[in-house]
Design a protein around this ligand. Structure first.
Ligand code: FAD
Length: 396
């Protein structure tokens, strides 16, 4: 079969341009979605600098979950918009992201969890998200394979979805490149100098000057920020995930256990894909190694809710970084101490689903368009102004 020629892949070898209006550090979903949206608004003098290949970071390693079940109005409304962008992705960008709207089913073990769940459902319903509370019998009607004796209840939103991460990322990359954005892979930014009109970014391929810089380096963003003397409060946490041999389709919703963070979904090819939170001491290093300890916890968690899967074979396991923040919300906007240096990082375990909508507002913000309230709510300065605690109970 002839190779398609209508794509513009990112380049590892082309020379760097000497100057760009905006330089974006990090070719994950956040950096690429911002690049695309800038170009869509007519600002295509943009260069994306990615240290490895595209999909190297969390964006190439995640579960692809896109949900509107949150417990703050800001997150619910943003995710409603993001889901709509995902639904129209093929039409807008021209790439099939294999979106499947099978819903999300959350399982609660305790009365306390159920109480919080009910509050979140009421808020979601007030925003027109059709989440409903299910008793155990109803949850079993939805997924008969579930063994739920240890659970008190569940909630289900049929419009939550799963997308396939790689075409999502590549779709943004290709659509940005087609509009004139230069995407350089294997081009790590190793030093940044302040100049009279912005910044000089040093890479092994040379120096690019930019009036404005966006730090979209995910779990590596604290290291990148240090290049301009800025200390960020986010830190990396390893999160592991696995994929099994394919099974005949049986699992419609993504199933998730609230207290353990276990989640499991079935891909269009039949594999089960899922993970669980394994707590490790906080560390400033990004760790991408896979461990048996994860497989053990995952197997225990899965056997509790679906003992029929006992003979299932694991085909692959891998790990990626969650980009943690003290309150579980991202860090966005200009760093007031370093004018012209912008941040878009700290997306914990939900940056993939939020990137489409946040990037759209980010591009508007950078090009002088309307600024969304998220730029106030999620500014870096909040960590200095107030004691920050987790606000949304549905953060992974
Ligand atoms: C196992 C797992 C499951 C997840 N499941 C979900 C899910 O179901 N739904 C969801 O919404 N989210 C999920 N997430 C979270 C989601 O993947 C992330 O929030 C999101 O991908 C973050 O995107 P990013 O662009 O900020 O970072 P990344 O994708 O990590 O990209 C950052 C990029 O910056 C590059 N970089 C670093 N330093 C430099 C430098 N000096 N110069 C140039 N480039 C540099 C890195 O190589 C990397 O490619 C999951 C994450 C993991 C790990």
């Amino acid at each position: 079969m002839a190779r398609r020629r209508d794509t513009l892949p990112p380049t590892a070898t082309a020379p760097l341009r000497a100057h760009a209006e905006v330089a974006i550090i990090g070719g994950g979903i956040v950096g690429l979605a911002i690049a695309y949206n800038l170009a869509r608004l007519g600002c295509s003098d943009v260069v994306v600098l990615e240290g490895r290949h595209l999909a190297w970071g969390a964006s190439g390693r995640n579960g692809g979950g896109v949900r509107q079940q949150w417990s703050t109005e800001l997150n619910i409304r943003l995710m409603q918009e993001s889901l709509e962008i995902c639904r129209g992705f093929a039409q807008e960008i021209g790439t099939n992201i294999w979106m499947r709207q099978g819903g999300y089913l959350f399982l609660a073990r305790t009365a306390d969890e159920l109480g919080k769940m009910d509050k979140a459902i009421a808020l979601q319903n007030s925003c027109d998200v059709p989440t409903r509370r299910l008793d155990i019998g109803e949850a079993n009607e939805l997924v008969p394979e579930l063994a739920l004796t240890a659970f008190a209840g569940a909630c289900y939103n049929p419009t939550d979805a799963i997308v396939f991460p790689w075409p999502f990322l590549w779709g943004y990359a290709q659509a940005a490149a087609k509009r004139g954005v230069e995407i350089h892979t294997f081009t790590p930014v190793t030093a940044i100098d302040g100049t009279s009109d912005g910044f000089a970014l040093h890479t092994p391929k040379g120096v690019v000057r930019a009036a404005r810089v966006v730090n979209a380096a995910g779990s590596w963003s604290p290291q990148v920020a240090r290049l301009v003397g800025l200390t960020l409060p986010n830190w990396p946490a390893r999160h592991e995930i696995l994929s099994t041999e394919p099974l005949k389709p049986f699992l419609k919703p993504m199933v998730s256990v609230l207290d353990s963070g276990l989640y499991i979904s079935q891909s269009l090819r039949g594999e089960l894909v899922g993970g669980i939170t394994v707590h490790e001491p906080a560390d400033r290093e990004v760790r991408l190694g896979s461990r048996l300890a994860f497989v053990e916890e995952m197997a225990h968690g899965l056997m509790e809710i679906m003992p029929r899967l006992g003979d299932l074979k694991i085909v692959r396991q891998w790990a990626g970084p969650y980009d943690m923040t003290p309150d579980g919300n991202p860090i966005v906007g200009e760093a007031t101490d370093v004018p012209g240096f912008f941040l878009c990082c700290g997306f914990v375990g939900h940056g993939f689903m939020m990137a489409p909508v946040v990037a759209r507002y980010y591009a508007s913000h950078l090009t002088g368009g309307p600024t969304h309230p998220l730029f106030d709510k999620w500014r870096l300065g909040r960590f200095v102004d107030t004691a920050t605690e987790r606000e949304d109970m549905n953060i992974g």
